[in-house]
Design a protein around this ligand. Sequence first.
Ligand code: AMP
Length: 506
Amino acid sequence: MSFESLGLSSPVLQAVSEKGYTTPTPIQEKAIPIVLMGRDVLGCAQTGTGKTASFVLPMIDILAQGRAKARMPRSLILEPTRELAAQVAENFDIYGKYNKLNMALLIGGVSFEDQERALERGVDVLIATPGRLLDHFERGKVLLNDVKVLVIDEADRMLDMGFIPDVERIVSLLPPLRQTLFFSATMPPEIKRLADRFLSNPREVTVAPPASAAKNIVQGLAVVAEEDKREALRRLIREQDVKNAIVFCNRKRDVAILQGSLKKHGFNAGALHGDMSQPARMETLDKFKQGEIQILVASDVAARGLDINDMSHVFNFDVPFSPEDYVHRIGRTGRAGKTGHSFTLASPDEGALVEAIEKLIGTTIPRVDVPGMDATAFEASDGRRRGRGRARGAKAGSGERARSPRREPRERKPRSEQPAEPPVELQAAAPVAHESRPKRPHRERRPEREHRESQPPQREPSHREPRADRTNRGHERRTERRHERDDGAPIGLGDHVPAFLARSAR
Ligand code: AMP
């Protein structure tokens, strides 16, 4: 099928062809005609499938007629993270280059004033994270009663990040007569219930992205003691032909430590996590995209859905707690038909987490040896090594490996590099299925996981209509808290601030 047969206008087709796309992806093929018909869409698809263009392209045509009034956007796209929002905005720039649509990006970490100026001019497309949008609404800077098209993207991630109450609040402010496009990588019951409430007689569009995305990804997993992980990572990076890579850590704290360690060992590494300022995040991301940074050490929240062309490798410095995160992480590579590689470093006590991932993806991740390092095995629940997780060539009962795997990470002196290292042997990955959600294995340690950054803060007692007499001080205070909600854990009072604190000091 060609793009021409989907019913898109000539200016959009021209932009698509200049971008170099000749064939629509399955989600584009299915969703674009439905969106152009004005129908609601319930899309089960994840990033990497061409999902963004599946709503951006028809929206450009839908919005081509008509003009926006000041502060009254004509369409709204909700994204869970700032980076994803920025990526969607880039898509509008690329595909909308022959249309004169005004766009505004409302994300945390950048000045309110610029965003307000953009809203004042009137916007056809408003792309926002939920917290920042509500801040503008409460300041009376944006009105949502003229929104004709709503996109809720990455709904399952919104749920993980605790944004659903904000999303519900936003939807309650929109006119009931609108077109709604709702996308989620997975459809757990909570998400399905939301979709039922927000959508009206939707057409369901499902593509099997995890399976097709993972076909191009050669996966490998090495079991190494926690204290050997940094060395194992360095060896893998040196041994592999790494053009550019993301290294995922479960904890924000480890992101900075690992980046420092990699730099100390001569690697060109940057860091991306939710505690960084937005300009710093954007700058790092830009450098990574431009190839000025080769290795990006990142947390899940910051790196979710990043669309980096031609990324050769993904390394999981830790096994992710959620099996779905594994699929999302490795999906950063092997995009647009290219072959990618992913390596996971698991410590001996992470066997249960790996099992949960393997259950989800429906295949065993091939075990690999780290060149020049002794292999180890997963512990059984009684603390003994299990045969199944042991990599080939493992030295059974190696005294060194019998140490507690959970010591505080510390940098070890590099072992002498062995010149004749055996190559890492890998098998092609089997398709990743995404149907079941296995129970998350119980873990007692590592309390400061990255998702904490964005866990649901307590709700404010009520969201009020904008009030002219509300002072900027109160707004700024709430804004800071919202800001935390987008990307950081609430500090001190959390999200709930007593009303007397929000009142102006006379
Ligand atoms: P997305 O799922 O929207 O994050 O898109 C994943 C990647 O696929 C992005 O780099 C897009 O630029 C690219 N892409 C989107 N549509 C197409 C297409 N029809 N042909 C080739 N690449 C595409």
